[in-house]
Design a protein around this ligand. Structure first.
Ligand SMILES: Nc1nc2c(ncn2[C@@H]2O[C@H](COP(=O)(O)OP(=O)(O)OP(=O)(O)O)[C@@H](O)[C@H]2O)c(=O)[nH]1
Length: 316
């Protein structure tokens, strides 16, 4: 607010407070399994966020929830967790986690106050150290008698000295304790700017799911023999454009074999075109924004036998 505005007499009809600039941020949420990420998001974003898609998802757009408030919008994205086993997968997870942290405006690090900070916690802290200026910490589950928030704080001082105390909050995601000050702090770190998504777009988990289901339905109706059961749909990318008026979707129809791929594509790509157009027609009836669909076919050999598929594992 400028000085000029603040000196206006209160009684003046023009004495309307200058609008607070809106802020919006992509917030990567990170924490050990069971630290309380889902619980936090359910409490912070409201009930609707708990709708979880049963469709295989890719890692690109793992939006877990959106908080809309008078100050703007926080879009929470998932960061894959670590598992000590399975080296190859670990590398992939690590790379994905790095990408997520890099693309985020700020990071919410949730720590379970009832557990000893162990090796996994040190790995996470190590990743956050170089970007600690963007990190806000929630020491969670302080409602439980066995919670040891002071021990966690000592650990944080040691491993993440760059995170100031005013960015560390003792919270209970379940009991909704101290979540508001933490969210306010995230808004402080958020850059000024318009919302990324329209307000009703609370989570794209549901949007992903619905889009994938429509595409799958059209593919199943148009194909025969073994194909309907050999395909699944991956939503690779969702991008909102034109201030929430258009949603650009990139999706893959995934089949098990090369021979199925050519059948789904069809002569001169006629089949895939038909599936795409039919899906777009339905999607544009369902959603309030215009949907552009880029649909491609790919092969994931014998995906039904490979359980769980790498990409799906990386989602968590
Ligand atoms: N008492 C208490 N329990 C909590 C709190 N937050 C989460 N929990 C519980 O901790 C367990 C794990 O919580 P989730 O929210 O599923 O944890 P998560 O980090 O999403 O777990 P993953 O999906 O495995 O990564 C659940 O049983 C929650 O009910 C809290 O603030 N207080």
């Amino acid at each position: 607010m400028s000085d000029e505005n603040t000196t206006l007499p209160d009684a003046s009809p023009e004495a309307v407070p200058a609008p607070v600039p809106k802020r919006s941020a992509i917030v990567a949420i990170i924490g050990r399994p069971s630290a309380g990420k889902s619980t936090f998001l359910n409490t912070a974003c409201g009930e609707k966020v708990s709708i979880v898609s049963p469709v295989p998802q890719t890692t690109r757009n793992a939006i877990r929830g959106i908080v809309n408030g008078s100050r703007g919008q926080l879009v929470f994205i998932d960061t894959p967790g670590y598992h000590e086993s399975e080296k190859k997968l670990n590398l992939l997870l690590k790379a994905t986690a790095r990408d997520r942290l890099d693309e985020a405006d700020c990071i919410l690090y949730l720590v379970d106050a009832t557990r000893e900070p162990g090796r996994e916690e040190e790995i996470i802290a190590g990743m956050l150290k170089p970007i600690s200026k963007r990190v806000v910490v929630g020491i969670n589950k302080i409602d439980l008698p066995e919670a040891r928030p002071t021990a966690v704080k000592l650990f944080l001082e040691k491993v993440l000295p760059g995170v100031d105390r005013d960015r560390i909050f003792e919270i209970s995601a379940e009991k909704d304790t101290n979540l508001d000050p933490l969210l306010i702090r995230l808004f402080d770190l958020a850059p000024e700017g318009e919302a990324y998504y329209p307000e009703e777009f609370y989570t794209d988990q549901e949007v992903d799911f619905r889009i994938a289901e429509v595409i799958r339905e059209k593919a199943m109706l148009n194909t025969r023999e073994e194909i309907p059961h050999a395909l699944y749909v991956d939503i690779a990318d969702l991008e909102m454009k034109k201030n929430g008026k258009e949603l650009w979707v990139r999706a893959f129809l995934t089949v098990e074999r090369e021979s199925q791929k050519s059948m789904v594509i069809g002569k001169g790509a006629s089949m895939i075109k038909k599936i795409r157009l039919e899906a777009m027609k339905d999607l544009n009836k369902i959603f309030p924004y215009h949907i552009h669909l880029d649909l491609q076919v790919k092969v994931n050999k014998n995906w039904r036998q490979k359980d769980p598929v790498l990409g799906r594992l990386m989602k968590k």
